[in-house]
Write a protein that binds this ligand. Sequence first.
Ligand SMILES: *Cc1c(COP(=O)(O)O)cnc(C)c1O
Length: 387
Amino acid sequence: MPHSTPIPHSYDAGWPRARAGATLTIDLDAIRANYRAVRARAAGAECAAVVKADAYGLGAARVAPMLEQAGARTFFVAHVDEGIALRPHIAPTSRVFVLHGPLTGAEADCVHHDLIPVLNSVEQIGAWRALAHRLGRPLPAAVQLDTGMSRFGLSEEDLDRIDADPDDWRGIGHCLVMSHLACADDPSDPASAHQRDRLLAMRARLPAAPLSLSASSGIFLGPDFHFDLVRPGAALYGVAPNGTAPNPMRPVVRLQARILQTRTVGPRDGVGYGLTYRPTSRRRIATIAAGYADGFMRHAAREGRAWLGTQPLPIVGRISMDSMAVDITDAPDSLTPPGAMLDLLGPQHGVDEVARGAGTIGYEILTSLGHRYHRAYVADGAASSLS
Ligand SMILES: *Cc1c(COP(=O)(O)O)cnc(C)c1O
């Protein structure tokens, strides 16, 4: 049914934010400051930036150019397609490594999109060598060694197989040898030093190339773990690199959800699915516009809080798909009308605290944040919106 009269609509740039049930604010200045702080920790090593999983859910298209401005020249993603999506947003001279390497058949896509695979198996090395042979030139690659985590990379036995055929490295342009630490978030765990020793022993069996071992947590283990290149991800996005020490990183995300409705409940009432919350006295309850479809997991309700400024307000009952209930009895009515915003992640309550309450880690909180929020990016102290 064609209609000639346009539906009235506000074109005010501030409107999407005003209309949105919840707003996720991503502080690109904080990401840049975190990059510089991590790079200073690992002075002497190249500081790459890990932007897999859409920069841990924060938007690689916005985050990667900011990291590049801060000095990053090497990026890591997990999948070939993440690399293809990233390429147009960064300089042609910046390097993109693909942690999983190519699945069989995707080698030519890596070359076409100027992505450097991390070769994790003898089979991947063989396929990369075959393509180099076909193209008649060496192709750059990183080689990953399994130094103890049993996740990715070549084992000692794989290196024996390769030693048996000296042609095996032909055509591989070694630009990085890397491994990954399993227990770096606990500085007292001896596994990190074992992995380091193993990396040094194993790399001696490969053609010379720069070495890389540490992600965010490993960088904070000290210079013995820095080698030639470090690969921080989470720390750039404000997650604590170490489970016990105070978090040195600047917070990056703030999540604010609007109060949609308020009501008073009493001892005869129940709240939410299953009526699992039954107040024992008169309480004021607000229904706010974020739920598990927005990445706010149902476990988060256990010890979860929303915040009005510095005042914590308990999440009560089960979290629904699109909403949750907050007990606002202790907050002034004048500050909690429908339309007011409560913080779910913010200055009082960062990703690590929310993760602890939900029995998970800050990484999972970040990468679970949904795509339904109004997103606002702060750069150079000013906010810009992306609805
Ligand atoms: C994800 C990942 C990183 C980044 O880890 P963070 O702990 O987020 O800093 C670095 N290296 C590899 C191999 C990874 O998989």
